[in-house]
Ligand binder design. Structure first.
Ligand code: ADP
Length: 384
């Protein structure tokens, strides 16, 4: 039955004169453009537009680009490198898909277009140009941008929340060097102020002051980079060093909850490629989660292990294990979903943010059961 319908329609088509057939084919083609794409285009062998059909659905069709190449029409994106790659594809007469570019709009905005094209050859194999379609993706881009901004806000909010939790630790960490500085300064004054000044002792006291002030400065610098919104510099990160800094910050929180911490940090690990502060944020989140998870245990049982090791593919794997109640194995994937929380005051963004940070570093974050009980969160990172 299906075949019959098709045959009769072909028959109708053939009975028409060539112009009518052509008109009908054009009509069909227009319908296709109307419902499928925002623009249909053709270019010649020099990549100049020779035809453009805009869908009526576009509120204000852009001015015609006929006679110009895609890069001769004013654009804002991609950059020179993006165009160079695109032109390489065109000059090699290869098909392309979803090439995204941005044009300026009269009101000072950006119009994003995603273009796809197929090369056309005549019967002798000579390259004739391209045929393709374009889609307006400004709305999609805007939505993506809004999502990115929201994630950045949440990352910041999450960091701020984590900051709240470690404020006590930080105050404690800073008050120690401050007290030491004060004591050593008084000692130095005494050594110098006596009848026979002891310069050597005074020098030692001053050296201690320098070391303590430096330590305090480091802590302040770390806190500052943690609260800052701007992404930090990408660098070769010494994972063990970064973890030890986080432990310093979390120490009094661990003491307050009477959690026993054990570390097993492998020596000779390669540097990993990444943002130190972001990776520290992940470790801090995992530590705070573990502390919270163990709250229900008897204080003598609360144990946390942090370990690093080289992984098979030349990178580094970090594990944070606790012996808390763990989680239901069936829920393992849900833990990383945004807003999934089992805590009364939880936001449920911590693990989701940790996961996106690790994935942005080209690694993976996963959870499992610790033996004999508890949870273990592991992530791996690529070497620099
Ligand atoms: P939040 O801490 O705000 O709940 P997270 O995304 O950090 O958000 O964690 C999501 C959920 O994952 C937690 O509510 C908890 O149920 C579970 N979870 C996280 N860490 C652990 C852990 N160490 N042990 C057991 N469950 C955990």
């Amino acid at each position: 039955m299906q075949d019959g319908v098709q045959l009769s329609s072909v028959g109708t088509f053939e009975r028409k004169c060539p112009e009518a057939a052509l008109r009908e084919s054009e009509e069909r083609f227009r319908t296709l453009v109307q419902f499928s794409f925002d623009v249909y285009w053709e270019t010649d062998a020099q990549h100049r537009f020779i035809r453009q059909e805009f869908s009526e659905a576009i509120p204000a069709p852009p001015v015609s680009e006929i006679g110009k190449t895609r890069w001769e029409v004013p654009y804002l994106e991609p950059d020179a490198e993006g165009w160079r790659k695109h032109r390489e594809t065109l000059d090699a007469h290869l098909p392309f898909r979803d090439f995204e570019l941005a044009r300026p709009t009269p009101d000072g905005g950006r119009r994003y277009v995603s273009s796809s094209g197929l090369p056309i050859f005549d019967e002798t194999g000579r390259f004739m140009g391209y045929r393709g379609v374009g889609r307006h993706i400004t709305e999609r881009r805007r939505a993506e941008q809004a999502l990115r901004e929201m994630q950045a806000e949440l990352t910041h909010a999450n960091r701020a929340a984590a900051m709240g939790q470690v404020t006590a630790s930080v105050t404690h960490e800073l008050s120690q060097p401050m007290t030491a500085v004060l004591c050593n300064a008084e000692a130095a004054l005494n050594w110098l102020g006596s009848q026979s000044p002891n310069v050597e002792q005074a020098r030692r006291a001053l050296a201690s002051i320098v070391a303590d002030a430096r330590r305090g400065g480091e802590i302040i610098g770390w806190i500052r980079s943690l609260i800052k919104r701007a992404p930090a510099r990408k660098e070769g990160v010494d994972v063990n060093g970064a973890i030890l800094d986080v432990i310093t910050i979390a120490r009094s929180e661990l003491l307050r909850h009477r959690v026993l911490l054990q570390t097993d940090l492998a020596s000779d690990l390669p540097l990993v490629d990444g943002y130190r502060v972001q990776l520290q944020q992940v470790v801090l989140n995992l530590i705070l989660n573990a502390i919270e998870a163990m709250n229900s245990l008897d204080a003598r049982e609360r144990e946390l292990w942090i370990s690093t090791a080289a992984d098979g593919s030349n990178g580094v794997v970090v594990a944070v294990r606790d012996n808390g109640p763990g989680f239901d194995a069936a829920m393992v994937d849900r833990l990383f979903e945004p807003f999934y929380t089992t805590k009364a005051g939880g936001i449920g963004m911590g693990l989701s943010i940790c996961q996106s940070i690790i994935e942005a570093h080209g690694g993976r974050l996963w959870a499992g059961a610790n033996q004999p009980r508890g949870a273990v969160f592991r992530f791996n990172l690529r070497r620099e």
